[in-house]
Write a protein that binds this ligand. Structure first.
Ligand SMILES: [Zn+2]
Length: 416
């Protein structure tokens, strides 16, 4: 089947209007959005998306995790659908584009196919995954995780928010729990368009990120125990200072990540000392290490070296030490064929592009385990995301969706 012609384009104005219309639901306090998962606002956003999809001639599916599926028929009844999508839920102080662009970009593809009277061999299904953000109900990417069998559905239903409300009850309450068995759908391929949420594309002056890998991650929670003591009257050689241990381990995290270049990162982002008083030597420190790299060997090596160095530091200072893993993802390698379709699309359309590694988790990282998958990224201003000031240009959104359009249509095959 021939590749789509380079004159095939989506309607950037219509895409932008839809993004702005969706952003009116669950407005934030500073120009962004607060449309957290399974709130009334999430329900309103879903209803608007569903109405738009039905207007575009789609039939809708809804599974027991609230994942939404807008189906556009293909010419071959035997052919598995190409899935496209992301998430409509946001952070409490989130932006207008994180996730939303991937869902409404998918809808724009269907609208454009309708405008052009194009029939594809494979059906195309646009998806809104429930609770990608994981802020209200941890963990992130909860519903796509159930979809691929990573999490048990009953376990997901039992997740509670800060007020003790259950995920399953809230899904029922907003009226978006469907009957369809989760994960029964088979995909020919999956594509997700997302804003970069980092500064690389803008700094490099590229319009398109061809995402080849997703970072693997270890979160390690370290607890050091020493002895609370007066900062003024305790001699230096009699201190058991958990704060000092934390400082040395923080330094080690940075050094270990630097020793695993290129492509490895490490930091301590969350730290607490106890009792956290100006004139008390900390008797306890609890902090979280975040190591990431797309290379599994490096990821494993960074964790082992940290464990060894932390043990030495703790022994040297006389501190008690525990290290508990509190988060983990294996690195993701996206499908060569799908990644190639994204790169070819950018090339054909004349958009500047570069390979990129996704630094954040996405639904695509889970779906990649059950179907050939790739991601398209577009720049965002100053790399800012999970922030109400998150911003992209209409041109970037259009370029990203054009590339998504071509990659999806080429994979779906044009029959007329
Ligand atoms: Zn997102």
């Amino acid at each position: 089947m021939a590749a789509p012609g380079e004159n095939l384009r989506i309607n950037g104005d219509r895409l932008w209007d839809s993004l702005m219309e969706m952003a009116k639901i669950g407005p934030g306090v500073a120009g962004g959005n607060n449309r957290q998962t399974l709130t009334d606002e999430d329900g309103d956003g879903r209803a608007l998306f569903q109405r738009w999809c039905e207007d575009a001639g789609c039939t809708m599916g809804l599974d027991q995790m609230g994942n939404m599926f807008a189906h556009r028929a293909g010419a071959d009844p035997e052919a598995l659908p190409i899935y496209v999508g992301s998430h409509l839920d946001t952070q409490p102080t989130g932006g207008k584009y994180d996730g939303v662009l991937g869902v409404l970009g998918g809808l724009e593809i269907l609208r454009s196919l309708n405008d052009l009277g194009i029939k594809t061999k494979h059906p195309i299904v646009v998806t809104n995954f429930t609770n990608e953000e994981g802020t209200r109900f941890a963990p992130a990417m909860l519903a796509s995780g159930v979809f691929i069998g990573m999490h048990d559905q009953d376990w997901a239903y039992d997740r509670v928010d800060a007020e003790g409300k259950r995920f399953g009850d809230e899904l029922q309450r907003i009226g978006w729990r469907g009957d369809e068995e989760v994960g029964k759908r088979k995909m020919h391929a999956f594509f997700e368009l997302h804003i970069e949420q980092g500064p690389i594309l803008e700094a490099e002056g590229k319009e398109i990120g061809v995402v080849t890998h997703g970072q693997g991650l270890w979160w390690l929670e370290v607890t050091l125990t020493g002895k609370d003591a007066h900062t003024g009257s305790t001699p230096m050689d009699m201190r058991v200072n958990a704060g000092l241990g934390m400082a040395r381990i923080t330094e080690a995290v940075h050094r270990i990540a630097m020793d695993h270049q290129p492509g490895a990162v490490g930091a301590v982002g969350q730290a607490n000392v106890y009792p956290n008083s100006r004139n008390v030597i900390p008797g306890k420190a609890v902090f979280t290490i975040d190591f990431r790299t797309p290379d599994l060997d490096k990821l494993t090596a960074m964790r082992s070296r940290l464990e060894a160095e932390a043990a030495e530091i703790a022994a040297d200072l006389g501190l008690g030490l525990t290290i508990e893993p509190v988060g983990h993802f294996d690195p993701v390698t996206f499908d060569d064929g799908c990644v190639g379709a994204v790169r070819d699309a950018a090339e054909r359309l004349g958009y500047s592009h570069m390979n990129l590694i996704s630094g954040a988790g996405h639904d695509a990282c889970w779906i990649n385990r059950v179907a050939p998958t790739a991601m398209v990224m577009c720049p965002c201003v100053d790399g800012l995301s999970h922030n109400e000031a998150e911003e992209i240009s209409k041109d970037w959104a259009t370029a990203g969706t054009d590339v998504l359009f071509h990659a999806v249509v080429e994979t779906a095959g044009i029959v007329s």
